[in-house]
Structure formats: structure tokens, C-alpha cells
Design a protein around this ligand. Structure first.
Ligand code: NAP
Length: 345
């Protein structure tokens, strides 16, 4: 019997919020590797907020996924057949092989993972793209003022959960999170060492009321803001920023599904009068320093200074559900999909 490969294709480019019908599950025969190629059986699939942007037509910092193409995504898998000189059967590789159980690749973007160093799922989490986003975004883009106050939105998430801890390591005196719900806020304070965490859900999108709560949580003002969400939550930050404060614009997940802007940004005046430095970044800006970031993060994990959390859905059929969780604030930690038992675990 022919072995089959389940794949999720992009079925349509959604306008506004997407749902399970945005994708189509198909089965195709498992491909055979040609000369210079190898076949990977994926174990872990990473789902990430940027995927919403890839479903849109039009110009962005990366090419969109075509309708009918396999949804894009980072993966960790095992080499099960190889005609490639550098990749052998049994190797564990991290590559962007997309939402499918098997893939043939030439391995140009593949990285071999050593399962003895850390659970291999971390290659798409704390020791992968989100981890490096937090690492370089905090240290290099936002920068941490010694003795200052840092605020992080989506504070318990794959990126945000690390940012608060890195800010503390780098000398912040006060780290304040903004997160959705009591459980996430408790996790930020009790497990990740945030000094305070504000549950934004009770504020009904009232920026002034959230600002009041933030002012109480940040009595010395805000020196650094790591922005993961954009929208009305981020609007509450700017009036509280100290002179020469720094903002890293990492993401704006609250706006990715909007077809019209929900509000007009009002903070240009504060940027001017307080001489704020507001910088957007994409983690690949730091591609040439990746190994430095991995070393730093792995060292902190080994020393017990960085904690992380994974949220795992089982089975490729649950990939759309896993992605939807990010936009419904239902994930708690780095969202992954496990496609099969992890042979390295
Ligand atoms: N610049 C880059 O290179 C780069 C790289 C990676 C990620 N990012 C960005 O970083 C951000 C976080 O990504 P992540 O992978 O760490 O995801 P995550 O924080 O693990 O998960 C997404 C979280 O966003 C929050 N959220 C969703 N919808 C929201 C809304 N309408 N309003 C407020 N919060 C909302 C939810 O947290 P709560 O329950 O706390 O609301 C949700 O759990 C995203 O904006 C992503 O695009 C950027």
C-alpha cells in the first residue's frame, strides 16, 4: 500500500478573521527523495502569529502562501531516507517544511538538532524563532535600562514570556506584564518573576482605564515597552513613557485580522516630546547572530534563569485549531502541534 502524506493547503485568502475553512486537508503519496535530497517525517509543527500575514495577498516582508499551496511553517522532523551527503537517516532536523507529515528537501534551510542538548521541540520555541525574537528584541532593539521599568504585552506567550525574564537578567528593576486572564497573569508573576501583571480583559478596550492601572503598576514610569499586540493596549503605554524611553515593536496580533484600523494612533506627540525611540524589527534581522543568541538562551536555561512553557495539540488535523488558538488568546505558552510520538523524548 502507498504511504500517504497528509497536508494542509491554503484554501482561500481570508478577508478579516480566518477559520478552519481557510485551509483544506489533502492526502498525497509520500514523495521519494531524488539525488541530493532527503525525506523528513515531521514530528513537531510550529504555529505562529506571522502565519496570518502569509495568508494575505500583497507586499509584506515575506512572500505570501499561494492558494492551493502547503501552509508554511517551521518544523522539527526525523530524516527517514537520504540521498544527501550531509544528512543521514536518523538525523533530527529543524527546517521550514510546512503543515505536512512528510517532506522531501534539499536541506538548504535545514539545521541538525542534537536531542541530547534539549527537547527537540525547543528548536521552534525557546531555542528557535520565538526565543531569538525575545533575545535580540529585548537586548538589542528595545534595550534594557539598568534599574528601569519594562512593560511587556502578551506577557505569558512564546515571545513575551521570555522577554520579561531577559529584561530582568539585563538589569530591569521592575518588569510588568499585560496578559489576558488571571491564570496567565499569575503564571507571569509566580513562575516568570514579573513584579506585576495586568489582566487587560476587564477594561473593555478603555485605554485610559488600562493606563490608570499601568500607572499604578509602574510608579516610576516606563523605560522600555516590548509590544507584541499593538492596538488599544499599546496606546496606553505612550503617555507613561519616560524621556528617552524605548519601544520595540515586535508584533501587533490584535490587528492582524482587521480589515480597517480600529483606532487612530495618538502617540506621535509623546514620541516627540519624550524623545522616544520606537523601532520595529523582524527576527531575521539578526540571522547572522543566531548562534550567539542560541548560546545565550541555552546558557540561561541551563542555569535555571529562563523558564518556558509549551502548549501542545496532537495530530496534524489540529493544525488550524492550534493557529486559531493564538488569535483567540487560548494558547498558554508556545503553541505547537505534535504530529507523532517524539522518538527523541
Ligand atoms: N518581529 C518578529 O520577528 C516576530 C517574531 C515572532 C513573533 N512576533 C510577534 O510577537 C507576538 C507574539 O507572538 P508569539 O508567537 O509569542 O505568540 P503568543 O504570545 O504565544 O500567542 C499570541 C498571544 O497574543 C495575545 N492576543 C491574541 N489576540 C489578542 C488581542 N486581540 N488583543 C491582545 N492580545 C491578543 C494572546 O495573549 P493574551 O491571552 O495574553 O491576550 C495570545 O495568547 C505576535 O504579535 C507575533 O506576530 C514577531
Amino acid at each position: 500500500m502507498t504511504a500517504m502524506n497528509r497536508q494542509w493547503l491554503l484554501a482561500e485568502q481570508p478577508v478579516g478573521p480566518f477559520d478552519e475553512n481557510t485551509f483544506r486537508l489533502v492526502e498525497t503519496p509520500v514523495p521519494a527523495p531524488g539525488e541530493g535530497e532527503f525525506l523528513v517525517r515531521n514530528i513537531w509543527l510550529s504555529v505562529d502569529p506571522y502565519m496570518r500575514g502569509r495568508m494575505n495577498a500583497g507586499k509584506s516582508y515575506a512572500k505570501p502562501v499561494d492558494v492551493g499551496a502547503v501552509m508554511e511553517g517551521g518544523t522539527v522532523g526525523e530524516v527517514i531516507a537520504s540521498n544527501h551527503p550531509d544528512f543521514a537517516v536518523g538525523d533530527i532536523v529543524d527546517e521550514r517544511l510546512g503543515w505536512q507529515e512528510f517532506a522531501v528537501t534539499r536541506g538548504r534551510g535545514a539545521r541538525k538538532i542534537d536531542p541530547s542538548l534539549a527537547p527537540v521541540s525547543t528548536a521552534v520555541g525557546v531555542l528557535g524563532m520565538p526565543g531569538m525574537t525575545a533575545y535580540f528584541g529585548t537586548k538589542e532593539v528595545m534595550g534594557v535600562k539598568e534599574g528601569g521599568t519594562v512593560v511587556v504585552s502578551a506577557a505569558s506567550g512564546a515571545v513575551g514570556g521570555l522577554v520579561g525574564q531577559i529584561a530582568r537578567i539585563d538589569g530591569a528593576a521592575r518588569v510588568v506584564g499585560i496578559a489576558g486572564g488571571d491564570a496567565k497573569c499569575r503564571y507571569c508573576v509566580d513562575e516568570l518573576g514579573y513584579d506585576a501583571c495586568i489582566d487587560y480583559r476587564g477594561f473593555g478596550k478603555d485605554t485610559a482605564a488600562l493606563g490608570q492601572a499601568l500607572a499604578e503598576a509602574c510608579p516610576d514610569g516606563i523605560d522600555g515597552y516590548f509590544d507584541n499586540v499593538g492596538g488599544w493596549i499599546s496606546d496606553a503605554i505612550y503617555p507613561l513613557a519616560n524621556p528617552f524611553g524605548r519601544v520595540a515593536i515586535c508584533g501587533m496580533i490584535s490587528e492582524y485580522n482587521l480589515t480597517e484600523p480600529e483606532r487612530v494612533p495618538r502617540y506621535t506627540r509623546q514620541i516627540l516630546t519624550n524623545r522616544l525611540r520606537v523601532t520595529g524589527f523582524i527576527v531575521t534581522d539578526f540571522w547572522n547572530r543566531w548562534s550567539e543568541g542560541l548560546e545565550g538562551m541555552a546558557g540561561w536555561i541551563a542555569e535555571g534563569r529562563i523558564r518556558y512553557r509549551e502548549d501542545v495539540e496532537i495530530g496534524i488535523e489540529n493544525a488550524p485549531k492550534a493557529l486559531l488558538k493564538l488569535f483567540r488568546s487560548e494558547n498558554f505558552g508556545k503553541q505547537l502541534v505534535r504530529l507523532r510520538d517524539d522518538p527523541t523524548a
